[in-house]
Ligand binder design. Structure first.
Ligand code: PLP
Length: 390
């Protein structure tokens, strides 16, 4: 009998779980061993070979979540990104990369690739045509990130995958912002899907990890570099990550709903001049997002009116915490100008559309009314301080 395909929350909860044969416990046992028998055994197990029992089990769950054949788990998102990129690039090769990507990935490319003799071009925009325009004879990889950080631009997955196939390239995506709950790029023809599992997969702001999912052949190729680079994740954290992913579907769907509510509230607010959220019909890429995303995600950005001090506003929030990372169950805000994009010149930030008053909002699972009340009291505090200063 053909096995029925399981739904998201069933995969999150059960898929790839290790059986506790001895005690019949309900969860995966944790194997912390670093030494495994080698005689008469076909798989040589070792944590840095990415094949301990817990690593293998969790990789199966992540592969299933991303509709992939196989997956590998890393010690951080950047370990997954750097190893995956370098598995497909060698001296003399060229890569086309999206104009605005995560700062760590940008630094990896501009600070390290020259040493390896790898050249790169950043696109001028987010459209598939922007990627095709930069392809050269020696291009091997196209790298995208959608939704992008911090303005939530959307790149058309199918259009990029088609261009990549037409030119015989490998397409890669950083799928962190969407999470596998909201977006499965392999369904649209993208080859390699990467995550900072520190974000929605971990979901509680207490795990640093990364993951990559793709075909068996691609994962084998990435593994052959991964074992040399040594970026594996400790089994204890692998076990914690498996536990976290059990609730990922529920968490992320709650975050989607909360973010949609917050985006609509902010959009209608007289003190807010702009809201960037792919779930709003006003978002320029709303129609592409609708085509390729199952939910619009928990991330949004907004701009306060010019007469509001963004820094004072963030300091006045009580429930929502200013924090560098994202995607936890607790709502957090960040000023790209003061943090992630502070090293860019003011002109470059302006060119990228990042206003000084822009605030990136990672929406958690609190009640929407409590988040709104927190924003209202912070705006009121800044308003009063401003009046006193006049
Ligand atoms: N990709 C995105 C979109 C991120 O936001 C981050 C981290 O903030 C990373 C990759 C890097 O992940 P990690 O910090 O787990 O190395």
């Amino acid at each position: 009998m053909k096995q029925q395909k399981k739904g998201l929350n069933t995969i999150c909860t059960h898929f790839g779980q290790l059986e506790d044969k001895e005690f019949k416990g309900a969860i995966s046992p944790l194997y912390l061993g670093t030494a495994y028998a080698f005689e008469d055994i076909d798989v040589k197990r070792y944590p840095r070979y990415f094949n301990t029992p817990n690593q293998v089990a969790l990789a199966k769950k992540i592969a299933a979540l991303e509709h992939a054949e196989a997956a590998l788990i890393f010690g951080s998102g950047m370990a997954a990104i750097s190893t995956s990129l370098l598995a497909f690039l060698k001296a003399g090769d060229h890569i086309v990369i999206q104009k605005i990507i995560y700062g760590g990935t940008y630094n990896l490319v501009v600070e390290e690739f020259e040493k390896y003799g790898i050249s790169y071009s950043f696109t001028d925009g987010f459209g598939a045509e922007d990627f095709e325009a930069k392809i050269k004879d020696n291009t091997k990889v196209i790298y995208i990130e959608t939704p992008s950080n911090p303005l939530l631009n959307i790149t058309d997955l199918k259009a990029v995958a088609d261009i990549s196939k037409k030119h015989g390239l490998v397409s890669m995506i950083d799928n962190t912002f969407a999470s596998p709950v909201n977006q499965n790029p392999i369904d649209f023809g993208i080859d390699v899907v990467i995550h900072s599992a520190t974000k929605y997969m971990g979901g509680h702001s207490d795990i640093c990890a990364g993951a990559v999912a793709s075909t068996e052949a691609n994962i084998k190729r990435i593994f052959s570099l991964a074992k040399n680079f040594g970026g594996s994740l400790s089994d204890y954290t692998v076990w914690l990550l498996e536990r976290s992913i059990k609730t990922m579907g529920i968490r992320v769907r709650a975050q989607n709903a909360n973010a949609q509510n917050m985006a609509e509230y902010l959009y209608a607010h007289k003190d807010i001049s702009a809201v960037y959220y792919p779930g709003l019909p006003s978002h320029p890429d709303h129609n592409i997002a609708k085509k390729q995303m199952k939910g619009f995600g928990g991330m949004l950005s907004f701009e306060l009116n010019a007469d509001f001090n963004a820094s004072k506003f963030q300091k006045s929030l009580k429930l929502i915490k200013p924090a560098m990372s994202l995607a936890g169950v607790e709502s957090t805000v960040l000023s790209p100008t003061l943090t992630s994009h502070s090293l860019l010149s003011a002109e470059e930030r302006k060119r990228q559309g990042i206003a000084d008053g822009l605030i990136r909002f990672s929406v958690g699972i609190e009640e929407t009314e409590d988040l709104i009340a927190d924003i209202e009291q912070a705006l009121e505090k800044v308003r009063k301080e401003r009046e006193l200063a006049i």
